[in-house]
Design a protein around this ligand. Structure first.
Ligand SMILES: Nc1nc2c(c(=O)[nH]1)N[C@H]1C(S)=C(S)[C@@H](COP(=O)(O)O)O[C@H]1N2
Ligand SMILES: [Mo]
Length: 403
């Protein structure tokens, strides 16, 4: 029927990738595509949901009051999974694109409105997936070459991509079902030639990699990517993490620094002998560093979890934020703004009441048995349980009630 709607491809076009059976590898088949698609679907779904949670933590900790304080390692686990599944999706996506790319040369290129919709949603899906994996990868290497805000763009494109994925699944449901149902012993159903007129079938290429061999190689690629990076957050695997941009035990006082005091332009202010912490509430007051240090102090073991994928546990010592707030008469249910002496995007973070009042939430003055290093936020920094690293504000000089 559709052959009659559109003419057969002109002879002129029947060459190169457009000639019949131009892609003889048996790996361009429905079953390989379906199996890779299933793995990719699981990776994308996991990455998407952990991404949503991560975004909730980042934007919702203040106003939306999305601030679970337990478990203290929750954000760490979530972000570790997010980055690991994103990295694992890279070899999976490349393999899947390779398996299905002969489809690009299918004739006729567009057959019906339904087919045009399928192609369009697929274009969006491929572009979105590549964009997400690429920006994520660039971000975990702490490189920001783009002119847009990473967090919001990565978030919104994730919705577009997942939407396109659902549309794609709906269109492809029959093919996916066939691909997953086929047994390995059956002759592969080649993707490119699916609609070609039946010919006495030249056996699909018998030599070369088998499907099992190909999928094993892709799996090994996923394993390799994972094992060489996951040590950035999983301490026992640190020595294998040769591709990790940051190692949890490397940096001043035994853990990494994301932005140094120099880069933040706070060296002089942080070292200034007249430093004082301002606490702004119904009964505002100021404390010099020696006065702060004389208050009751506590030691807590908490991770720093950078959204960029690394995390490290440290022993922090300092004053409970809630003690500081009580002294200023701040109401129990008030959210609190934590302000750095730095200007710029990391200068302020908001503690919702559950975090502000938590006994593990400290204004830390020391770490791992020493006074804070300048790069870790000297003279004082925030450390709170179950919180993205980017909100663990360094070089703090003011706490104030959010009006
Ligand atoms: N004022 C300020 N606080 C900051 C930052 C910053 O650049 N400026 N970086 C944040 C980020 S992204 C992380 S992951 C942690 C890292 O803390 P560390 O350098 O002590 O490891 O600090 C956070 N606090
Ligand atoms: Mo970070």
């Amino acid at each position: 029927m559709r052959d009659r709607l559109l003419p057969a491809p002109p002879k002129l076009l029947r060459q190169g990738p457009l000639r019949a059976r131009a892609f003889p590898s048996r790996l361009h088949d429905e079953r390989t595509a379906a199996l890779l698609g299933r793995a990719l679907g699981i990776a994308f779904a996991t990455c998407f949901f952990t991404g949503l949670i991560s975004h909730g933590f980042q934007v919702g900790s203040g106003a939306l009051n999305f601030a679970p304080t337990l478990p203290v390692w929750g954000y760490r686990l979530n972000q570790g999974i997010h980055v690991a599944t994103g990295l694992a999706a890279i070899p999976l996506l490349l393999a899947k694109l390779w398996t299905v790319y002969p489809r690009l040369w299918q004739w006729p290129p567009l057959r019906s409105i339904g087919h045009a919709g399928e192609r369009l949603s697929l274009g969006v899906l491929v572009a979105g997936a590549l964009f997400q994996l690429l920006t994520g990868l660039v971000n975990i290497t702490q490189w920001y070459p783009f002119g847009f805000a990473f967090k919001d763009t990565h978030y919104w494109v994730s919705w577009v991509t997942i939407g396109a994925l659902l549309v794609h699944l709906a269109y492809k449901a029959p093919a996916i079902a066939r691909g997953l149902r086929l047994r390995d012993a059956e002759p592969p159903r080649q993707l490119a030639d699916e609609d070609a007129p039946p010919e006495p079938d030249p056996e699909p290429q018998a030599a070369g990699l088998t499907r099992r061999g190909f999928l094993t190689a892709v799996g090994a690629g996923v394993g390799l990517v994972t094992i060489t990076t996951v040590g950035q957050t999983l301490r026992p695997a640190e020595r294998l993490a040769v591709l990790a941009p940051r190692l949890p035990s490397v940096g001043p006082q035994g853990f990494p620094v994301n932005r140094t005091a120099q880069a933040a332009g706070v060296v002089e202010r942080a070292r200034h002998p007249a430093y004082a912490l301002q606490v702004v509430g119904p009964r505002p007051y100021e404390l010099r560093l020696n006065e702060l240090a004389a208050l009751p102090s506590y030691e807590v073991e908490l991770p720093i979890t950078c959204v960029e994928g690394w995390s490290a546990t440290a022993r922090w010592r300092g004053v409970r934020i809630r003690d500081l707030l009580d002294r200023a008469g701040v109401p129990e249910d008030a959210a609190v703004r934590v302000v750095s002496m730095e200007d710029g995007p990391y200068a302020v973070s908001v503690l919702a009441a559950p975090h502000a009042r938590h006994e593990l939430t400290l204004l830390a003055l020391g770490v791992n048995g020493e006074p804070l290093a300048l790069d870790h936020g000297y003279p004082a920094r925030l450390i709170a349980p179950n919180r993205p690293g980017v909100l663990q504000t360094k070089w703090v000089n003011r706490l104030e009630v959010v009006a």
